[in-house]
Design a protein around this ligand. Structure first.
Ligand code: CNA
Length: 355
């Protein structure tokens, strides 16, 4: 067992070593012109925002003060319906405005600047991708954001600034149409994913490089996206530890991973690509110049996909499908929103949730 473990870690190290350089070489050779980035909370920990699952510092390890029966309840739409206070308390800390994009966000922006970014798919709800200047048409916020708000029952849009003010003042924003509780359009477990998420059906077959950053790949259907690029397409995982298909030893041919602190890794990657100075300049100009506002109104979303947690076995899928949004109010608005559900499942009506 001991021997097995050490050979496993040797394999992981070996596959990790040289992974960055191999991918940097492909980029420099001009072989990667349609790069997809799939990201999670780990790209924002360097901005001071805790992720979900890191032991000790992750949100799930620090929820005692919210007095909830289990960690994921805080993002469970049924739980919210009965008691919105735990989520609103957390939302006060998560609302955009207190955090700045970090080097990793600007690295992704640089991929776009070089004309190589096909799309970034993020699970994050912190709005830092937009804040660092990644344009809306290059970004899919698969689990929604705080930029818009709506009724959690009838989906009637609600002014996002008013929702924020209410939540910040410990008030409950109330729907003007049905009097149910309003929430920011962050996708909860049991809610649908935004329409924009479905861009993946065109994007992933087109990709020539997939970079996966800072996610535990635990929430479906998002996690399975990484399996939908063509078999020959290189996939690079940047994370603290191996996740999803990268846990399999040996790795698939064309899979690379670089494990460790991501900001350090990304700085090394940028160095290999010869992008370091440009990124520093970009950061300086963006942070001192005019920054796009986070609370600009994003179009509301029509959701057809629900999310679920791969750690949970089955219950989420049915939970999700039972909660489709009423068509009328959502259809009236355009845009993209997303939520997380406790089951960690966000599903699409057209796609079968995998478990
Ligand atoms: P997660 O399950 O917490 O996984 C994060 C991953 O990132 C883990 O594998 C960590 O080991 C890794 N990681 C964290 N910090 C670093 C670091 N500095 N260097 C290298 N690796 C690191 O979070 P996921 O994103 O996978 O889960 C999806 C959820 C999290 C989404 O629905 C989000 O809405 C939700 N979330 C978002 C934010 C945010 O917007 N910043 C924060 C917390 C949770």
């Amino acid at each position: 067992m001991q021997a097995g473990q050490s050979s496993r870690s040797r394999s992981a190290k070996a596959s990790s070593r040289g992974g960055l350089a191999s991918v940097a070489r492909l980029v420099k050779l001009g072989r990667c012109k349609n790069v997809l980035v799939v990201a999670g909370a780990g790209i924002s920990t360097a901005s001071g925002i805790p992720d979900f699952r890191t032991p000790g510092t992750g949100l799930y390890a620090n929820l005692e003060k919210y007095n909830i029966p289990y960690p994921e309840a805080i993002f469970n739409i049924d739980y919210f319906s009965n008691d919105p206070q735990p989520f609103f308390s957390l939302a006060k800390a998560l609302y955009p405005g207190r955090h700045r994009p970090n080097y990793i966000h600007y690295f992704i922006r640089m991929i776009h600047h070089k004309g190589l970014l096909l799309r970034m798919y993020t699970q994050n709800i912190d709005g830092l991708e937009k804040l660092c200047g990644i344009p809306d048409d290059k970004l899919v916020e698969a689990h929604g954001s705080f930029a818009t708000a709506s009724c959690h029952l009838c989906y009637t849009p609600y002014p996002s600034e008013e929702a924020k003010n209410a939540i910040m003042n410990d008030d409950v924003p109330i729907c003007t149409f049905c009097a149910a509780t309003v929430k920011p359009d962050v996708v909860f477990f049991g809610e649908d994913l935004p329409q924009k998420y479905f861009l993946h059906t065109n994007d992933f077959p087109k990709a020539d490089l997939l970079i996966i950053m800072g996610t535990s790949l635990q929430i479906e259907p998002f996690a399975s996206l990484v399996n939908t690029v063509r078999a020959a397409v290189p996939r690079l995982l940047l994370n603290r530890h191996a996740v999803g298909p990268f846990q399999k030893v040996p790795l698939r041919r064309g899979d690379y991973m670089e494990l460790g602190n991501m900001e350090d890794t990304v700085r090394r990657f940028a160095e290999m690509l010869g992008w370091s100075h440009e990124i520093e300049d970009l950061m300086r100009s963006q942070e001192t110049g005019c920054v796009p506002t986070l609370m600009s109104s994003l179009p509301a979303v029509t959701a057809q996909t629900t999310c679920w947690n791969t750690e949970d076995s089955e219950p989420q899928c049915s939970m999700e499908t039972s909660k489709s949004r009423p068509a009328a109010p959502r259809a009236a608005s355009s845009g993209s929103e997303e939520t997380d559900s406790e089951t960690d499942s966000k599903s699409s009506a057209s796609s079968t949730p995998s478990n």
